[in-house]
Design a protein around this ligand. Sequence first.
Ligand SMILES: [Zn+2]
Length: 108
Amino acid sequence: MLARRHELLARYQDGRERVDQELAEHDPEVVERATEQWDASVVSKLGDADLAILGDVVTALTRIEAGTYGICTMCEEPISERRLVVLPEAATCVSCAGLVARTHSQGG
Ligand SMILES: [Zn+2]
């Protein structure tokens, strides 16, 4: 579990670094503000994929703290170890993730 947490933190750092790089290309003033309003001003500058990963990583870290990490948030069954290795920030099991993906592709 500690290794997993370390991995998630590494991912989170990676995401933050990417955000910093994004911001570095912009106004220094924007960067200044971003440190205070990180989520608010940075969110719009990130790609959807990056954002989703960062959000999931933060959620996963929160769930480690709460002791609910590795449990599917939808069906409350344990998420397979294999899935967690591939996707440490996974919040749902494979079958629920499939359901969500299908729902998302239909909606819109
Ligand atoms: Zn599930």
